[in-house]
Design a protein around this ligand. Structure first.
Ligand SMILES: Nc1nc2c(ncn2[C@@H]2O[C@H](COP(=O)(O)OP(=O)(O)OP(=O)(O)O)[C@@H](O)[C@H]2O)c(=O)[nH]1
Ligand SMILES: [Mg+2]
Length: 303
């Protein structure tokens, strides 16, 4: 499947709801009266595009109608253009350290998809013929280490792990040592789920980053926050709080395949200005896509 087909398939729920709603609105009232503009606004908000972007789209539709008279088709094109505009500053490329392993710390609240995403990233790097290691730094949740080891066995990626209850920072330290010894290109660190409101757990994460930063200057080179796409605007708060505690370099939004609120990606990028690096569109290793603004906008609003 090509990249765009994957975007389209993964975002099908959001797409079909949006397109269905917009068609219903413009078919019933092709002239887009005040009432139908309000309905358009409601449909965009329901897809979690956020107030700012929604109002931008509605204003652009209104303006187009006033200046040239608009048809249903134009609404889709206008929405696409506006969404793309809001995402255009986004740079999804993973950083590469100038020398030595690039260390990527994967953080987020419980259950957002961190472990699965770490495995998917390892798979992606492998497919680029680069070498990769995984670090099992969730030493807290039962079965978390086995979960990552299973992924490692499935993908044939080495997993550096410690014992349950071990200090995650010491496991991370071991993993960096291993990554340096193996001359690995990338090391992905799977961390335990933690609530952004739990001060001691955020300190634990700061310590982990501090320890590997001393060991390997520049590490972690990327700190990626994994957000569950179906949690809607609550994700914004999570991102703000994590960013305060451990400066983030980017975001990954998962589970977009299971929600009709995929517009939250646009709202989040607009609000936070942090790059969306990848989106998760399923549970398989291949279901992680580097974020592409143009294709994302198209996948949401293609008629
Ligand atoms: N449909 C779908 N499911 C996903 C995606 N990403 C992760 N999942 C599923 O979400 C569930 C939780 O994923 P994990 O990777 O264990 O989440 P986690 O953040 O590591 O969880 P904790 O370590 O407990 O905090 C699993 O069943 C995954 O298969 C996605 O993009 N789409
Ligand atoms: Mg996990």
């Amino acid at each position: 499947m090509g990249l765009f087909s994957k975007f389209k398939a993964g975002l099908a729920k959001t797409h079909s709801k949006l397109v269905h709603e917009i068609k219903r609105i413009v078919t019933r009232s092709p002239k887009l009266t005040g009432d139908s503009l309000e309905e358009l606004e409601a449909a965009l908000i329901a897809a979690d595009l956020g107030m700012a972007v929604t109002q931008q789209i509605v204003a652009a539709v209104k303006q187009a109608y006033e200046s040239q008279g608009t048809t249903g088709h134009d609404v889709f094109a206008i929405a696409r253009t506006e969404v793309e505009k809001n995402l255009s500053s986004n740079n999804p490329d993973l950083l590469k350290a100038p020398s030595g392993p690039t260390v990527v710390s994967i953080v987020g609240v419980n259950g957002t998809g961190k472990t699965t995403t770490a495995a998917k990233l390892a798979h992606l790097i492998q497919s680029q013929k680069k070498t990769v290691l995984l670090a099992a730094c969730d030493t807290f949740r039962a079965a978390a280490i086995e979960q990552l080891k299973l992924w490692g066995a499935r993908l044939k990626v080495e997993v550096i792990a410690g014992a349950y209850g071990a200090d995650p920072a010491s496991v991370a330290h071991d993993a960096v040592t291993a990554a340096q010894a193996r001359k690995a290109d990338y090391l992905f660190i799977d961390t335990a789920g933690r609530l952004h409101t739990k001060h001691n757990l955020m300190q634990e994460l700061q310590k982990l980053h501090r320890v590997i930063g001393k060991q390997l200057p520049g590490a972690p080179h990327e700190v990626l926050l994994v957000l569950d796409g179906s949690t809607g605007m609550n994700a914004l708060n999570q991102a703000r709080e994590f960013h305060k505690a451990v400066p983030l370099t980017g975001l990954i939004v998962t589970k977009l395949d299971g929600t009709s609120k995929g517009g939250m990606v646009v709202a989040i990028q607009k609000e936070l200005g942090l790059p969306i690096k990848f989106i998760g569109l399923g549970e398989q290793p291949d279901d992680l896509q580097p974020f592409d603004a143009k294709q994302f906008a198209q996948a949401l609003f293609e008629e």
